[in-house]
Each structure stands twice: as structure tokens, then as C-alpha cells.
Design a protein around this ligand. Structure first.
Ligand code: ADP
Ligand code: MG
Length: 606
């Protein structure tokens, strides 16, 4: 399978980074009110954080120091209980405000993230429903599942926590710098010069941690893939007794994951404290300078010195946060690229404003010189010509891989012909509104698909107008009376509680209950057991009545009921007629049927 990765736009490397970030932020902008409230909470939080050192400075300078003369407290040293009380109240109020705003920020960012992730997933899922078949030819299910789960988690984290942390850090840095400048210019300049250095060091350390984290993530997805694959093939594992073989395969990946994770955590253990330590170097420089200015030169007060020291510690936290956001951005931007490449994928086959709402199809079908291939230079159908009258039933037979299913794919508009036209009741198919058209077509394919839910819900799908009476009637026609009593039974995950025959009966009922004008059966009975198949065979005559039908089948009994048989070979109609005339021709159909029914005739002859 061709990977979809080539389609991803490289935002980071291209100049499109700014629009990309703008687009990311757009998801939060939907929640404007929340953003404003969050911003206010961040402001309150930063303000309370930035004001605390000032209170300490005031307490030290205005009360304690003012009362100290020389080396002893002056005789008049006296701080009234009310001063202490007022300080305590201020202190308490500010801490309480800080605490409340912090809770608010954490809680609401978390909430906003859940909304953003919901929006992202909804947008992706909706898009996936409408994307054409050809998209799924080049995209693996695993790739899509990873976008839905892991990538949307990461991207939503960047969109919310990333933005909030970034904004909060910038506000906090500014909030600390302003009082610092007011307190002392020279010391602030020292801090200001050191900030970019600290930021640079921490960004460097972060990207080193990230490198190892990426490797463990890569192995982690390998492990998940192995695990999922094994779950789906557990029958294969058991029937071939390869439990040990598969286990050792898992062990190998698991060991590599452990090794990579260990390296990551060792680097984390070294780098995280190193980050804090780099901040401490600046704090040390400030301590020395400030101490000198305060105690030796007496150019600043002890309170100022203390406050400064607190600010230096306060200002490094947001710097570290910035580097954390940066590393989150680095690791999530590629998730964003992948998600947007999915959301931006163009829908190749869709209605346009001139599409005709054709709600009453008669069922006349014509293929006019249709050329088609799935891949460039591949020719599955070559100038294919076919006219089917309304109400006529035709059988398509022939060896596999010759283009029978392809004809159905084109008729259902899963793909467009490369050239030529498909005409329904004298209207070009690509001019008919797709959903209105497909509502009138019943398709039963070889592999029945079952959704989680009851048997009934699997028969009616989205059509709630169908009455129970209709369902019962349909199941009776199909000879599937035993399902009537089980309509409210759960089908289980992917229909695991049903037999293959039962699943196929459900998909027959699903198609028939639509009362389709065109009925298509693509090897629909080939996976059925003999008894179920014989039930369907009995009802086939009534299924084909009053509608156009295309039946792809190998069993003669099914084919014989059709008005016309077409033998398809190399994307063309090689022979055409009813069973008797084709047998008389002694051509390909005759040969095909001779080999196909050899086993049957041998059994019969014995
Ligand atoms: P059949 O007559 O057995 O129904 P199909 O119509 O399914 O044959 O297939 C016709 C040819 O088209 C085959 O060679 C098959 O390999 C090829 N083909 C079918 N589906 C695809 C696809 N999604 N991508 C590429 N090639 C395809
Ligand atoms: Mg087929």
C-alpha cells in the first residue's frame, strides 16, 4: 500500500509556519469567551506572583530595617500587632487569589482541550466519511487510526496547553521585569542579558531530550502495530501453534522500547536538573552583586536585595516553561501536519450545484465506451459497452480479476471512469445527486459488514421509517425466519456473535428493505453455507422482480434466473446470451462452466 505520508505538507520547513500556527489557534478562537476569561485568570495569576516579593521588600525595609540602628534593635523597636495582622491578611488574600486563578487556568485549559480534541476528531471523522474510495486505496487503516487517537491528543495539547503556557510565561516574565526595573536598573540588566542565554541552553537541552523521546515513540507505535495485528490474527496464531514465535517477536520490540525509554529517562534525569542549575548560576551572580550593593555599598536596601533574589527565581520558571512549550510544539507540529493533510484532502467525487435530484429511478443503465484503471497506465475496463433495460436482470460471470467488481464500483460512483460515460435513465451519472441515487440502489457484496448494535439496527441503518412489519416481511422473503426472533439481539463487535451466513442474510435484508430500483449482488452467496444459500436461491426470483439487477455469481442456479448472461474477460464482454445459447457456442463460457462444474458432475455421476 502506498503511504499517505508523501502527501503531508511540510509546514515546519516551508514558509507556511505562521499561517499554520494561526490555523492551530483558530480552533481555540471558537471559544472566545473562554479565552478572555483564561487570559484574565492568567493576568491575575501573574500579578499575584509578581507582587509577593514586593510585599516582602516592604515588610523588611519599612518595618524591620527601619527599626534597626547599628547592630542592635533600637529601643523604640516596635511593630504593632495590627501591622502584622494587615500583612498577614494581604499575604493571605494574594495567595488565595493566586491559588484560585491557578485552579481556574488549569481547569479551564483542560476543558478547552477536551472541546478542541472533540472538534478535531469530529472534523476528521466527517471528512473520512465523504472521502472517495481512491483515498482508502492509498491510505492504511493504521495511519488513520493513529491520526484519530495519538495525533489529535498531541495537537490539542499544543493548541491549548501550548498556547496558554506560552502566553502565561510571556506575561509572567514581563510582570516580573517591570517591578525589577523599578527596583534596580543594573541588576535587572544582568538578569535580562542572562535570559536569552538560559533560554538558549534550555532549548538545546530540550531538543536533545526530544530526540530520544521520538525514538521511543517510534518503537512504541511499532509495538502497538504488532499487538493490534496479533489480536486480529489470533485464530491464525492458534491454528498454527506459533504462540512462542509471535511472543518472541513481541519481546524483541518490547526490549528495544525499554532500552530507548531508559535512555530517554536517563537524559531527562540529567537535563532537567541541569536546566534548573543553569538558572541557579544567574541567581548566584545576582546574589553576589546584590549582596555587594546592599551590604558593602549600601546602594540598595536589604529588602530590595531580597525581592530581587525572589524575582530571579520567579522569572526562570516561565523561561523553562517556554522551552517546554517549544519542545511540545516541535513534537506536535508533525501531528498537526498529518491531521491537516487529512482534513485538507480533496473529495474527488462529489455533487456540484447543478446536480440533479433523481428520486425516482427507473433503472435503465448504460456504459458508453468506458475506460477505467485504478492506477495510471492500468487498464481494467477497455471501451466497455453495455446497455441494461429497466427491470432487466443480468449476470456477470468470468474468471476473477477481470473487472466485474470494477463495473459495480463505477456504477456506485466509488470511482469515475477515465473516459466514457455511464448513463442512468438518459442522465449522465455524474450529474445525478449521489446520495439520492445511492438510496435507490441495493448492494450486497461478498463480505458482509456489521456495525456494533442490534441486528435490527444493522438492517435498517439510518432509515428509521422502516416498520418492524417491513423487516419481518423481508426476512420471510429471504427465508431467514430464525432472525425474526433475534432482531433485538446485539450483533457484537463486527458481528462476532453471528455466523457468516447470518451476517450475509442481514446484508441481504439491508439491501432489499430499501426496495431498490437497482439491485447488485457481487458474489453475495459465495461465502454462504449450502442451506442458507439454498434459501436465498429460492427467493432469488422474487428479489429480481420489478427491478434492474446485476448479479455476479458462479453458481449456475443463481445465474440461470437472469435474463441475460455476460461473460467478462479482460475488461470486455467476451460472450453474451442465455445459458443454453452460450453452452451451444462452445466458447469461453462453455469451457469455464465445464471446469467449474466438473466436481459437481463427478459427484452426481457417482
Ligand atoms: P473481479 O472481476 O474479480 O471482480 P475486479 O474488478 O475486482 O475483478 O478487479 C479487476 C482488476 O483491477 C484486477 O486486476 C485487480 O487487481 C485490479 N484492482 C481491483 N481493485 C483495485 C484497487 N483498489 N487498486 C488497484 N487495482 C485494483
Ligand atoms: Mg469481484
Amino acid at each position: 500500500m502506498q503511504s499517505n505520508h508523501q502527501n503531508e505538507v511540510k509546514y515546519i520547513e516551508s514558509k507556511a509556519l505562521f499561517p499554520f500556527i494561526k490555523r492551530l489557534f483558530g480552533y481555540c478562537l471558537k471559544y472566545k469567551l473562554w479565552l478572555w476569561v483564561l487570559l484574565s485568570a492568567i493576568l491575575v495569576n501573574s500579578f499575584t506572583e509578581a507582587i509577593l516579593p514586593l510585599i516582602w521588600k516592604y515588610l523588611i525595609d519599612e518595618t524591620l530595617i527601619a527599626n534597626v540602628s547599628g547592630e542592635k534593635f533600637s529601643d523604640s523597636f516596635h511593630i504593632g500587632w495590627h501591622t502584622i495582622a494587615i500583612f498577614s491578611i494581604y499575604y493571605f488574600l494574594i495567595l488565595a487569589l493566586n491559588y484560585v486563578s491557578e485552579i481556574y487556568v488549569i481547569n479551564n485549559t483542560g476543558k478547552m482541550r477536551l472541546h478542541v480534541i472533540r472538534d478535531l476528531r469530529e472534523e476528521m471523522f466527517r471528512k473520512m466519511q465523504f472521502l472517495s474510495y481512491s483515498f482508502y486505496d492509498k491510505t492504511s487503516a493504521g495511519w488513520l487510526i493513529a491520526r484519530m487517537t495519538y495525533d489529535s491528543e498531541r495537537l490539542s495539547e499544543l493548541m491549548t496547553w501550548g498556547f496558554i503556557n506560552f502566553t502565561g510565561s510571556i506575561i509572567m516574565i514581563i510582570g516580573c521585569l517591570i517591578p525589577m526595573f523599578i527596583l534596580n536598573f543594573k541588576l535587572t540588566i544582568i538578569v535580562l542579558v542572562s535570559l536569552p542565554i538560559i533560554l538558549f541552553i534550555s532549548l538545546k537541552l530540550r531538543s536533545m531530550i526530544l530526540k530520544y523521546a521520538r525514538e521511543s515513540r517510534r518503537i512504541n507505535s511499532e509495538l502497538t502495530g504488532y499487538f493490534a495485528e496479533n489480536l486480529n490474527a489470533i485464530e491464525l496464531v492458534k491454528s498454527n501453534a506459533i504462540e512462542n514465535y509471535r511472543s518472541s517477536g513481541f519481546s524483541g520490540i518490547n526490549k528495544r522500547l525499554k532500552k530507548a525509554s531508559l535512555t530517554t529517562s536517563i537524559y531527562n534525569a540529567i537535563f532537567q536538573p541541569l536546566l534548573v542549575f543553569s538558572g541557579s548560576i544567574v541567581a548566584g551572580v545576582i546574589l553576589y552583586h546584590g549582596g555587594y550593593m546592599s551590604f558593602k555599598e549600601a546602594t540598595i536596601s536589604i529588602g530590595t536585595f531580597g525581592a530581587f533574589f525572589a524575582y530571579v527565581r520567579n522569572i526562570f520558571m516561565p523561561v523553562f516553561d517556554l522551552s517546554r512549550t517549544y519542545s511540545l510544539a516541535l513534537s506536535s507540529l508533525s501531528a498537526g501536519e498529518r491531521i491537516f493533510s487529512l482534513i485538507d484532502e480533496s473529495i474527488k467525487i462529489k455533487d456540484n450545484e447543478n446536480s440533479i435530484l433523481h428520486t425516482d429511478i427507473k433503472g435503465e443503465i448504460e456504459f458508453r465506451e468506458v475506460d477505467f484503471g485504478y492506477l495510471a497506465n492500468q487498464k481494467v475496463l477497455k471501451k466497455f459497452q453495455l446497455k441494461i433495460k429497466a427491470g432487466e436482470s443480468i449476470a456477470l460471470v468470468g474468471p476473477s480479476g477481470e473487472g466485474k467488481t470494477t463495473l459495480i464500483n463505477l456504477l456506485c460512483r466509488f470511482y469515475e471512469p477515465v473516459s466514457g460515460e455511464i448513463i442512468i435513465d438518459n442522465i449522465q451519472l455524474n450529474k445525478i445527486c449521489i446520495s439520492s441515487y445511492l438510496k435507490q440502489i441495493g448492494v450486497i457484496s461478498q463480505v458482509p459488514h456489521i456495525f456494533t448494535g442490534t441486528i435490527k439496527s444493522n438492517i435498517i441503518l439510518s432509515n428509521t421509517n422502516v416498520s418492524d412489519e417491513d423487516i419481518i416481511q423481508t426476512l420471510k422473503i429471504l427465508g431467514a425466519e430464525e432472525l425474526i426472533l433475534r432482531l433485538n439481539e446485539e450483533a457484537g463487535n463486527e458481528g462476532e456473535s453471528l455466523s457468516n451466513g447470518e451476517k450475509q442474510m442481514i446484508s441481504f435484508a439491508r439491501a432489499i428493505i430499501k426496495r431498490p430500483k437497482i439491485l447488485i449482488m457481487d458474489e453475495a452467496t459465495s461465502s454462504m453455507d449450502a442451506i442458507t444459500e439454498s434459501n436465498v436461491r429460492k427467493s432469488i426470483k422474487s428479489l429480481l422482480e420489478n427491478r434492474t439487477a446485476i448479479v455476479i455469481a458462479h453458481r449456475l442456479s443463481t445465474i440461470k434466473e437472469c435474463d441475460r448472461i455476460l461473460f467478462i474477460k479482460e475488461g470486455r464482454i467476451a460472450e453474451e446470451g442465455n445459458h443454453e445459447s452460450l453452452i451451444l457456442q462452445r466458447g469461453m463460457y462453455y469451457q469455464y462452466y465445464k471446469s467449474y462444474s466438473k466436481d459437481f458432475s463427478e459427484i452426481q455421476n457417482n
